[in-house]
Ligand binder design. Structure first.
Ligand SMILES: C[S@@+](CC[C@H](N)C(=O)[O-])C[C@H]1O[C@@H](n2cnc3c(N)ncnc32)[C@H](O)[C@@H]1O
Ligand SMILES: [Zn+2]
Length: 274
């Protein structure tokens, strides 16, 4: 089956997890389009994703960055983070779960987390960057890839058991609307040591210590129950991944690598809200 047909089938089978981002009506799939009851139409792409975002994607994240992120994430840089998130999801004892990754980029986090689950699930990744979603659809099958804006999202209320929001801007009002009453928001934010080896090269002396207190305080305002898990380790950079490590973050935009990077520090907080 062609990628576009696979995407059409997956969306049709799970159409209750979508709504029109313009008028909020139900949607259905007709041939290679998604159509709502008021006839707004969104096209499926040959590459196997659906585009709900009518404007041009912002240019701060491009294909080169997403390809680099794909190589690095597939090489295992975030494996311990994925393991921890998988453990958290398994601990919730869902038999079935609708999982939505908001700001999924090239999709490897969603793919690596869901492949470790032994429950029935539907996995949807969304990002405003079309290049991210094109990369996700290129590499990962069995998941639904959507170009969409968090500010005008194409998903109905209270349908999702797990929302992932990994190193990506939040919209807490929207997260609460999307979550099922027993659902969980799992957000990942950087701590002070995160990728310090890259930041040191880019910013040198100008580098300032980063603290995530404000994000944490903001998060706590929106959820009665908050759990925090810290994930800290150093990851040895395989020599052939040096370029990908460098280009995987917008920090290094238009800057050349000066020194080799042998290790990178992963220093993250997983915050769970419900
Ligand atoms: C640092 S990247 C992280 C991507 C991915 N979660 C990862 O860790 O590889 C931040 C992502 O947030 C996305 N993003 C920013 N604003 C967004 C919005 N309003 N709606 C959807 N995605 C958005 C960007 O396009 C980008 O892919
Ligand atoms: Zn509509």
């Amino acid at each position: 089956m062609k990628k576009i047909e696979q995407a059409a089938q997956l969306i049709e089978q799970n159409k209750s997890l979508f709504r029109c981002p313009i008028c909020q009506e139900e949607i259905r799939v007709e041939n290679t389009s998604v159509i709502c009851n008021s006839h707004h139409q969104f096209d499926l792409a040959k590459k196997g994703y659906i585009n709900f975002y009518s404007k041009a994607s912002p240019r701060d994240y491009d294909r080169k960055l997403f390809e680099a992120r794909y190589q690095v994430i597939q090489s295992g840089m975030y494996d311990l983070l994925h393991q921890k998130i998988t453990e958290i999801i398994k601990g919730l004892d869902y038999q079935v779960a609708n999982i939505l990754d908001l700001g999924c980029g090239e999709g490897s986090h969603l793919q690596k987390i869901t492949q470790q689950l032994d429950i029935t699930f539907v996995g949807i990744g969304m990002d405003i960057a079309k290049d991210g979603i094109i990369t996700a659809a290129k590499y990962h099958q069995g998941l639904i890839w959507t170009v969409a804006d968090l500010a005008q999202s194409p998903y109905p209320s209270s349908q999702f058991d797990i929302l992932l929001n990994i190193l990506t801007p939040a919209n807490y009002q929207e997260f609460k609307r999307l979550l099922h009453t027993d659902g969980r928001l799992i957000k990942v934010i950087p701590r002070s040591g995160y990728l310090q080896e890259i930041r040191e090269q880019v910013m040198g002396e100008k580098q300032q210590t980063y603290v995530n207190d404000e994000i944490m305080a903001h998060f706590k305002k929106h959820f009665d129950n908050v759990e925090i898990h810290t994930v800290q380790y150093q990851w040895e950079v395989p020599a052939d991944l040096l370029e990908d490590i460098w280009y995987m973050t917008p920090l290094t935009w238009r800057k050349e690598i000066e020194q080799s990077i042998e290790w990178v520090t992963i220093d993250l907080d997983i915050i769970i809200g419900y």
